[in-house]
Design a protein around this ligand. Structure first.
Ligand SMILES: Cc1cc2nc3c(=O)[nH]c(=O)nc-3n(C[C@H](O)[C@H](O)[C@H](O)COP(=O)(O)O)c2cc1C
Length: 192
């Protein structure tokens, strides 16, 4: 495949945006065609990690396209087979649960459902404080789902946040290449 079209969906794990945007700059060197998608919460919420308008402007500029921020905007991904790969980075516990349980009430979940119907790969970069508690079941469901791949992750603070997992975003380009080949980048579990 020469120039795969990649959907890059961002959810509301705001503390990871610095690492995610740095990784995205690296991703852009390997993948020219990136279609940006944001969850409504991530596209509209100002936090101590930065302002929504700055993140949306940066994403738009990096990708050179408008951001998909609605369910109707994401829906054509299915029938028009718009993407070769869908990346969800960061993926919150909230979105992880929706994907695992078939809930489709955000543009990110719609993109996932639409894209998976074409039997094409999805790459998930999880970042959630409850990945090893309330969301452990959902993580397990997705680990076992066809065409779902994960950016390798680790416990980011086992002492103070024993149930938290965070993907190593610097591995995104490598994990994307692997997912496009239908492979899970290994080792999946990285040491803290
Ligand atoms: C400052 C801040 C940081 C957050 N960080 C995370 C996080 O790292 N992981 C996570 O799963 N949720 C985090 N959340 C909660 C999500 O933003 C919230 O569950 C939201 O509904 C996610 O929506 P989305 O999955 O559609 O983006 C954070 C919320 C705030 C305000």
């Amino acid at each position: 495949m020469n120039q795969p079209v990649v959907g890059f969906a961002i959810c509301g794990s705001f503390c990871t945006y610095d690492a995610v945007f740095r990784a995205l700059e690296d991703v852009k060197k390997h993948f020219e065609n990136i279609v940006p998608i944001m969850s409504p919460y991530s596209a509209s919420t100002d936090t101590r990690f930065g302002k929504a308008k700055d993140f949306t402007a940066r994403l738009k500029e990096l990708c050179g396209r408008e951001i998909i921020t609605t369910i109707e905007g994401a829906e054509p991904i299915g029938p028009k087979k718009l993407l070769d790969l869908l990346v969800i980075a960061p993926c919150t516990g909230n979105t992880l649960a929706k994907l695992a349980q078939g809930i489709t009430d955000t543009p990110v979940a719609m993109a996932y459902k639409a894209h998976l119907r074409n039997s094409r790969p999805v790459l998930i970069a999880v970042s959630s404080n409850d990945a090893l508690s309330a969301n452990a079941h959902n993580l397990g469901v997705l680990l076992d789902r066809k065409n779902n791949y994960f950016v390798p992750f680790r416990q980011d603070d086992p002492v103070h946040k024993p149930c938290s997992l965070v993907a190593d975003f610097s591995l995104l380009p490598e994990a994307m290449e692997a997912a496009l080949r239908g492979e899970q980048l290994q080792p999946l579990l990285r040491l803290a």
